[in-house]
Design a protein around this ligand. Structure first.
Ligand code: LHQ
Length: 263
């Protein structure tokens, strides 16, 4: 499929998706949602894809919803923002969280509104030092959506989550890393190389195992310890039957580098 608002390429087991509306800081419109949906579906089903790398073109990662698409016209009916979430953002967040492969978010510039929530939905977030995270919602009378009110307190605690969400101040990448909002902050000119090599590394690892880690970490948000122990037992049983487990143990015992196949 030819895309007009994203770039999509598969190389070395990594599906790289770059949001590409740079003049709008990669704000979401309907086309970008549809194209991203299509690309993520392709990445999910393509067995040669073992990691997804999500980034942005230009000086922004993503500025959230394109507000020119969702303005209230004077005297006109209010837009149904709930419908926009139901149709576009909520399925996107669910897709990223349930994709059985690791998703790396490479935040190249500002991530604002739903753009910040989408970045934080990724499994490993690596950001350029010049990037910033802005919970812009409160400045236009909204609340953090696309999972923002769920992920923020889990990542940084409720005090910092409330400050970020209610003040909407920009949080620089370095502080975001210090606060545990993201995995890592790197120099701007290193972001492309570091995120690519991180994604390529993940694409050589036991994909089913990484998918299970992802599933269990997500489930831990709502599970009791008992339920989580049961889930770990079930997932470990499945993983014990994979070729990658056999290869990992054989390689360890033979003191050689494992060659994982992702199954
Ligand atoms: C934009 C946008 C943008 C359009 C920059 N739209 N053009 C879900 C459900 C349904 C509806 C409502 O929303 C949601 C979820 C959400 O995402 S709500 C939050 C929406 N996002 C925002 O409120 C962020 C708005 N943008 C900003 O606050 C700033 O642009 C940030 C802090 C992201 C960057 O600031 P600067 O670096 O100073 O850049 P800039 O403001 O000059 O923006 C550059 C251009 O991008 C500019 O266009 P222009 O033609 O003047 O060069 C902006 O108008 C455009 N742009 N964000 N969301």
């Amino acid at each position: 499929m030819a895309y007009s608002t994203i770039e999509f390429a598969i190389d070395a087991g990594v599906a790289t998706i770059a949001l590409n509306r740079p003049d709008k800081l990669n704000a979401f419109n309907e086309t970008m949602h549809a194209e991203l949906r299509e690309a993520l579906a392709a990445a999910r089903t393509d067995a040669q894809v073992r990691c997804v790398l999500l980034t942005g073109r230009g000086r922004g990662f993503c500025a959230g919803q394109d507000l020119s698409d969702r303005a209230t016209k004077p005297g006109g009916p209010a837009p149904d923002l709930g419908a926009t979430l139901e149709r576009n953002y909520n399925p996107l967040v669910r897709t990223i969280h349930t994709l059985p492969k690791p998703v790396v978010g490479a935040v190249n510039g500002v991530a604002a509104g739903a753009g910040a929530s989408i970045a934080l939905a990724c499994d490993l977030v690596i950001a350029a030092r010049g990037a910033k995270f802005v919970q812009a919602f409160c400045k236009i009378g909204l609340l953090p959506d696309s999972g923002g009110t769920w992920i923020l307190p889990r990542l940084v605690g409720s005090a910092r989550a409330a400050g970020l969400a209610m003040l909407g101040d920009a949080l620089g990448a370095e502080q975001a890393a210090q606060w545990g909002l993201i995995w890592k902050c790197v120099d701007d000119e290193r972001l492309a190389d570091e995120s690519r090599s991180l994604a390529r590394h993940l694409a050589t690892q036991p994909t089913a195992g990484l998918g299970a880690i992802k599933r269990a970490l997500l489930a831990s948000a709502t599970n009791t310890l008992d339920a989580q122990l049961d889930l770990e037992q079930d997932l470990q049983r499945e993983l014990g039957r994979t070729e990658d487990y056999a290869e990992g143990v054989a390689a360890f015992l033979a003191k050689r580098t494992p060659a994982f196949k992702g199954r």
